[in-house]
Design a protein around this ligand. Sequence first.
Ligand code: AMP
Ligand code: GLY
Length: 422
Amino acid sequence: MNIALIGSGGREHALCKKIHESAKSTKIICIPGNAGTAKIAENIDINYLDFNTLLKTLKFHKINFVIVGPEEPLVKGIIDFLRRKRIKAFGPTKYAAQLEGSKAFMKLICKKRNIPTAGYKLCKNKSDIKKFLKKNNLPLVVKADGLAAGKGVTICKTEKQLLKVANEIFLGKFKTSKKLILEEFIEGEEASYFLIVDKNNYKFFGTAQDHKRVKEKDKGSNTGGMGSYSPAPIINKELEKKILNKIIKPTLLELKKQRNPFTGFLYAGLMIKNNEPYLIEYNVRMGDPECQVIMPRLKTDILNILVKAQKNNLKNILIKWKSIKCMTIVLCSKGYPYKYKKNRIIKNLDKVDNKKKILLFHAGTKMKDGSIFSNGGRVLNVTSTGNIFYNIRKDIIKTLKVINWKYGFFRKDIGWRVIKKK
Ligand code: AMP
Ligand code: GLY
């Protein structure tokens, strides 16, 4: 099969590696890919949001199957477009992708089906905010309604801060929507729960815990994710039952009722409080950097799974997992998630590439004149597997010291929850 993989992050390199290992794959193109995918696939640098140009590329390369990594093309309807053009693709329709693309859409489903989530109000102006403030105590969470590239959520401790952040959204800071969701702050432990879903069935696709804050001890600004590990021990069998019965099944049923069944990867961002799950957000794709710790644990051929899912035949596949644990630490450009410089040379990767057990997933990297340069905020995902998280982290940090990238930084405390408990 000729495969096209859309995206350029660490998630896509991790997916690309698995696809490359599949007996079913003959050729892979990555659009646009990174310096890591370039080694196992052909990178094609076009704008994948320009669907007509994309279509020409897919036809030229005789692509049989398209796999989409990031949310933006999904929310903009890439799957509907490819289906109309009779190209097989895996992911949610534009309608179903609203689970991630519109917080208001997701919250309405929660309301209809009584799904546990933070109490909220959809706000269009200052008076809406004042009404919610009268009945609820700070801190409160402001969320831009539409896609905001991971920058749409602010936890507000004061009314002044809240009004400032809200006003920016009302004035159009995010092009996708001028509305916002104001919601209660839930104190708890975060975990990510993944599924692969077709029109008839769903299958478990791993658990993970991410570290969103830029600084150690979970301090500082929110980022796309500074590191993660899988599995997430907090999700025990009892909790999983609650997640499925109270959150996942009602969501999938509601979308079916709306004649738009969900298909694709479904990622539930959860807050766990007193052994009860609350839905914080839905994503309609794999997580990044969660994908990087889930892929190395997957035993079953990924293309077998995806092809079956695309044919709505997930029922007939057994997805097997390795019993090992996996962790990744993200090496970022100095300054991330704010201003940072690109185009900084990264040396020493050849000293790491052939080390046993260490998996180097590239994110914001590119090849130039035979060398590797940074090309984004999150640059590399140094990943490893084993039986004890403490030892896995030690291996990763040792490797990061070998890479010794002077333009970068990383968090040394990834996995503190599981490592403290040991
Ligand atoms: P989101 O983009 O919705 O995942 O939000 C980004 C981060 O903000 C989450 O990963 C949480 O750490 C935090 N967050 C979002 N909503 C809430 C909430 N209602 N209570 C507490 N923390 C939240
Ligand atoms: N790691 C968070 C996300 O992928 O949205």
